[in-house]
Design a protein around this ligand. Structure first.
Ligand code: PMP
Length: 426
């Protein structure tokens, strides 16, 4: 019995499923999750002393690499002054100013403590601002676990086979309309039907919770036009893509301006942080200036602000996002070449610092349907073969892979060589 197996058995006696977030339990791939003891740069280390090249990166935040010395120092410095005050600090202003500088569609921003809070609050704000109840989301997109958003959801909900979670009253869910990602005709048709009842469209501009599916040309532009036509709020959920696909997020990469943006993951540098922001006209609709209520005991926490701000400063280094995209590209091309050599059908997608690979005959995957029809058994075997090779991939076929600034030539080479051996064994 490994130490991880022992810890997992113990964890299950006092934590539901042994984990504090479902996908961690390896339900998507089977087997025992690794219990992590430390992480450094591109690597994580498990309780049994094994080292892995890590492509999960705490599900996105660790874009500068694990335990970055400057971020660690910023946290240490902040800790010296106390952990939380529940009163305003200058660090919150610095964070807001930095977010506005990097994401110009954001004129005002409110900090929260998770991506879920960011999307939940943005939806409430869009509803309050427009006076409309319905929202439109896309099948397989995940926006956290707020009631309105766990309808045809991706990520763990899809991995566990509960895209529509029990516990959400039909009366709530009926206000959430869903259509297919990358299908503008469906969006137009549903707007034609409900016209001025739809408060907002919420979308992952690059879908990262049903594997990795970038928008097809014209899709995001079309969403912008539809929202303009029907006076609906366009919300980009950039919790995953923010500061990752490009320094200015997917909205900079694809040059589309949403009305509201949700942020998380990278913005906290590894601490629990989220944010939502956008047009002043809409943002001033929240309390205390406006009537839509939203609050948080630990929102803008000084330690979290210190870690996040330092992370954003480091990310602003010129050329860093070009390096991240080059890493994603190298991984994708390496995987495709390795699979081809072994006679395995595989295709890949990437955008900036996120990527995905699909066991399918399809030339390109652009839809939820295609993503869910891929060979999941093959994915599971590949995942475990890679783990044996010392490469830690996302433990689900419905999650994007994340690269970080600490993935250098050697790690990329080792990952591709490991994949070649794994493909040969499939
Ligand atoms: N939106 C997106 C696009 C996400 O990927 C996630 C988390 N993976 C969330 C929202 C929810 O964020 P959190 O887990 O921090 O609540």
């Amino acid at each position: 019995m490994t130490i991880s197996q022992d810890l997992f058995a113990r964890a299950q006696a006092s934590i539901p499923g042994g984990v504090n977030s479902p996908v961690r339990a390896f339900n998507g791939v089977g087997g025992t999750p690794l219990f992590i003891t430390k992480a450094e740069g591109a690597f994580t280390f498990d309780a049994d002393g094994n080292r892995y090249i890590d492509y999960v990166g705490s599900w996105g935040p660790m874009i500068m690499g694990h335990n970055h010395p400057a971020i660690k120092q910023a946290v240490h410095d902040a800790v010296e002054n106390g952990l939380s005050y529940g009163a305003p600090t200058e660090a919150e202003i610095l964070m807001a100013e930095k977010v506005k500088e990097l994401v110009p569609s954001i004129e005002k921003v409110r900090m929260v403590s998770s991506g879920t809070e960011a999307t939940m609050s943005a939806i409430r704000l869009a509803r309050g601002f427009t006076g409309r109840d319905k929202i439109l989301k896309f099948e397989g997109c995940y926006h956290g676990h707020a009631d309105s958003l766990l309808v045809k959801a991706g990520s763990g909900a899809l991995t566990m086979g509960v895209p529509n979670s029990p516990g959400i009253p039909e009366d709530f869910a009926k206000h959430t309309l869903t259509v297919s990602f990358n299908n503008l005709d469906e969006v137009k048709a549903i707007f034609a039907k409900y016209a001025d009842e739809i408060a907002c469209i919420i979308v992952e501009p690059v879908a990262g919770n049903m594997n990795c599916i970038p928008p097809v040309p014209g899709f995001l532009e079309g969403l912008r036009d539809v929202c303009d036509e029907y006076k609906s709020v366009l919300i980009f959920d950039e919790v995953m893509t923010g500061f990752r696909v490009a320094l200015g997020g997917a909205q900079a990469y694809y040059n589309i301006k949403p009305d509201l943006t949700c942020l998380g993951k990278v913005i906290g540098g590894g601490m629990p942080v989220g944010a939502f922001g956008g047009k002043t006209e809409i943002m001033d609709y929240i309390a205390p200036v406006g009537p839509v209520y939203q609050a948080g005991t630990l929102s803008g926490n000084p330690i979290a602000m210190a870690a996040g701000l330092k992370s954003l400063e480091l990310l602003s280094e010129p050329g860093l996002h070009a390096k991240l995209e080059a890493t994603s590209k190298a991984i994708c091309e390496g995987f495709e070449a390795g699979a081809k050599k072994a006679g395995i059908a595989l295709t890949t997608n990437y955008a900036g610092g996120m990527y995905g690979f699909f066991f399918t005959d399809a030339e390109k995957v652009t839809t939820y349907k295609q993503a869910t029809e891929c060979d999941l058994e093959r994915f599971k075997r590949f995942f475990h073969l890679m783990l044996e090779e010392g490469v830690y991939l996302a433990p689900s076929a419905f999650e994007a892979g994340f690269v970080c600034a600490a993935h250098n030539e050697q790690e990329i080479k080792d990952t591709i060589a490991a994949a070649e051996r794994a493909f040969a064994k499939l």
